[in-house]
Ligand binder design. Sequence first.
Ligand code: HGY
Ligand code: MN
Ligand code: MN
Length: 431
Amino acid sequence: MASAVPFLEMNLPSMQGNSISQDRLLGRLDELATIGPIDGGGSCRLALTDADRDGRDLVVTWMKDLGLEVAIDGVGNIIGTWNVGTGSPVMTGSHIDTVRTGGRFDGNLGVIAGLEVIETLMAAGLTPARPLSVGVFTNEEGARFQPDMLGSLVYVGGLPLESVLDTIAIDGAVLGDELQRIGYAGSAPCPSAAPHAFVELHIEQGPRLEAEGIQIGAVTGVQGISWQEVTIAGQSNHAGTTPMSLRHDPAYIAAEIAVYLRQIANEYGGNQVCTVGKIDLHPNLINVVPKSATLTLDVRNTDEKILCEVESKITQKIAQLATAEGVSISSRVLARFEPVEFDDQVTGLIEDLANHHNRSVMRMPSGAGHDAQMLARVCPSSMIFTPSVQGISHNTAEFTHTDDLVAGTNILMDTMWALAHLDFTPQTGMK
Ligand code: HGY
Ligand code: MN
Ligand code: MN
């Protein structure tokens, strides 16, 4: 059901001839991309590294230049608020931490577009009925610390801050120490008070919008995510002298697991995806049958029941492989989030506003995890997607056309304005 938003009565900013500034939007995206630069024009700003700190400092400067109230909470989330109007804020935002081979739009667009919306409204002398906030959430990617969306999960009370501060990174660093080291162990309370509503602008990071020739995604929810780390312990031995029949080879089992994940994803089809993204062998030498192999499994589906079924089959298969090879297996859960449904009223509003902006639009679930899926636990939330060229992301070749960036940000502006003037009876199950 789309929203029946009385646009004419709302006098949306775009209806008063206001558009965001393309030059300012692109200028900030370019400037942020220069922090943690890597070949190919992307960035590497793993959460709470020096590069992440430098990116944070830049965004905080932008927020302060806009006169926003800047709050930093105990897990390093940065919230910039334009404190006008009354009541709880309409919030937008995303993340600026990246994967190791990050593009220039993933997360960054959502933060910079939020600032652009506020700056445009200020310049137009338009004051919303509610405060507007822009969030920069810590460790959305989950590349250095797990789980992903860690900062927004703490922000909504999904994980206690104390337990999170002891999280160990893939490089051995401790999350709380890193927050202190980069100067982002803030004092603002978390969990924080729930916003009135939350809407996130993000690139799709997949091929669907481009393939279907659609300009805007009105996102209906986020698929379920299951991350685990599997450690296989075998017998280290000489590569040249050890007969194949006597081997207990963790690398071989790791490879078998990777092959099985591809097989089961193909067997289930549909939205099922399975990825082995990280394999570490020890001692990782050409002439040594490894002592151990540690690998990560990323398994996702929009349907929780199917996701559980796939997880269970993977667990059984790993046990069979281990027994046959005479290796031992241990595993730990790194992240487990059930599928999330966004508030249909907010998704409907986005759909209507896309039409109002003469942009083709379709409803779709998100394949990637996002901070919005955590905010959806405490307030009506949804997302606006812009197309990704060739569906590429988590890759420096990530690209979205300027026209789509500008249209997405203008729709974000009208959505935030409308949300500031709408009172919601939350529809989705708030946790
Ligand atoms: O893994 C994800 O879906 C997101 O990029 N954190
Ligand atoms: Mn992202
Ligand atoms: Mn990402």
